[in-house]
Design a binder for this molecule. Sequence first.
Ligand code: NAD
Length: 336
Amino acid sequence: MIASGSAASTEAPVSLITGGAGFVAANLIPRLLNEGRRVVCVDNLSRGRLSYLDKHATSLGFAFVRADLSDRDECVAAFGAASLAGTLDEVWHLAANSDIPAGVADPDVDHKDTFRTTFEVLRAMRLHGVRTLHFASSSAVYGDMGELALVETAGPLLPISNYGAMKLASEAQISAASETHLDRAHLFRFPNVVGVPATHGVIVDFVRKLVEDPERLAVLGNGSQRKAYLHVSDLVDAMLWIRSRASQRRGVFNIGPVDDGVEVRWIAAKVVEAMAPNARIEFGSGNRGWVGDVPRFRYDTRLVGSLGWKPRLDSASAVLRAIAEVVEQERPNANV
Ligand SMILES: NC(=O)c1ccc[n+]([C@@H]2O[C@H](COP(=O)([O-])OP(=O)(O)OC[C@H]3O[C@@H](n4cnc5c(N)ncnc54)[C@H](O)[C@@H]3O)[C@@H](O)[C@H]2O)c1
């Protein structure tokens, strides 16, 4: 385990972010530091990168701990290190396997990085008396509900990927923990989130393919998959909004745009237009990109809307902004 960054006053409030070297964390960290909090990021660097944290490395309120949170001893030690930074009073649990096809190929991946990390984080929170948890869940917990609008109270929930199954199991474990040692638990169900620094997802996949071969873009599935996309800046806004306004001890929130999303074929066309206008787009067959892919979903976001939050960007605008950001990120010699 390595630690860097600051030692600090024992009075300062501390946020621990698991998966702290990943995409969403990179956008959350500055917002928490701006609140005057100290931030301790924990990550095993299986997907995240230390370079995403470079700009915070010299910040007085920031520290990084390298640890595998599915390992009991490493997880408890990471919490111990975070407790030294001040008063550890909240955890943002973002660590997970974010590669759904990898979990289809080997279910152990989701069990270890998505469920086991949740189980060990909850156990360490109990040990250290940390009573507030914000959890990155996913639309994948709903499974394939066809054209039905996905509402937080829907059920039974029957995920169709190991990733979704382990997110749902994590939600269940958090729910049980809120009967014993949590005062507040927010279960945020994200849609597809876009922006930078992108570690995965359809846009970065298309951009990397075109960097490799500017003549052709192969699309997984027939391109008719229609999904809701949220820009990461809106996602972080929504989570902080809910954190400051929701009154539930244990709340489940869909976070997403209010539209029905855009089709993958449209995203492919826009990436080609931005990068290689002469490339031909080759579609696969069937309406799923991979086993466990949910081809269409419509989010019901009235609950977060009732708290007064609405996104600044709809799905199409979020995707267009993210394409420009990811193209810049993947440019040779880009500073990421
Ligand atoms: N980005 C999306 O579109 C999206 C959609 C729905 C849900 N989510 C969830 O949001 C969270 C953040 O997603 P992201 O896009 O930033 O993903 P990401 O892959 O960029 O970040 C996750 C981080 O967790 C770390 N990690 C994985 N296993 C670990 C372990 N055992 N111990 C310590 N660290 C570990 C990885 O190294 C990575 O840095 C994840 O839980 C993800 O499942 C993301």
